[in-house]
Design a protein around this ligand. Sequence first.
Ligand code: SF4
Length: 257
Amino acid sequence: MVQSRAGMEKEIVVMLPINQEERPSRLQGDCERCFGLCCVSLPFAKSVDFAMDKDAGQPCANLRPDFRCGIHTELRDRGFRGCTVYDCFGAGQYMSQVTYGGRDWRQASTENAAEMFQAFPVMHQLFELLAYLQEVLALPEAGPVHGAARSLLEETERLTRLAPEGLLRLDIATHRGAVGTLLLQASELSRAEAGRRFDAEAREVARGASSGSAGGRDGRSSSGAGDRSAAGAGSESAGSSMSGRGNSSDGRRQRCR
Ligand code: SF4
């Protein structure tokens, strides 16, 4: 299952920043309000990221009765690096507190618990899409697709409110595909704008050089160089963010407890 999730991640290959600190708090994981759903619902295979095999729906051996991780402070040393990079985008606490109204899987019937564990990966994807759509709306360069992004955001919000059985029936791949197409458009717009800025500044520098002005040493040119660096840094950071996201798709987030 981790592999299939990684496969879906590849469908959305975008150059957008994904900055956890700048996300709304509801799109950031809050383990204190979650019933350890990622520690039960998701499977993992013994590897450099995980020290053992675990099936989907099986509670991790390190999960304590109070839903906290028993090896939180030594995850990496104990071979659970994957747990330190996983990001639920806030799906865990939402499902625990809203979808299931604060009723945890230990109190639930076996059937309801199994349903919860199957629905969690769907909710996780919806919250991940919400985070990316918010990123698009924060990008001025992506203005031409902001209307479509808002529509998809509203639709994704609506889907998060589905009851568990609705989540399980949801064609998440199709919805994810629609969001992925928009993300690609936003990414192209963002890069095109960065490219236009760079070209304009390069022309300005070239004009200064050919006129024999003090170009490059006056304040304006220095500022231009700074802007250009920022554009470049933005690109790099977006690229590295995507790398990071790829990693996180195979792993788990640093748990906050
Ligand atoms: S954070 Fe990782 S090691 Fe700790 S309980 Fe959850 S799955 Fe297990």
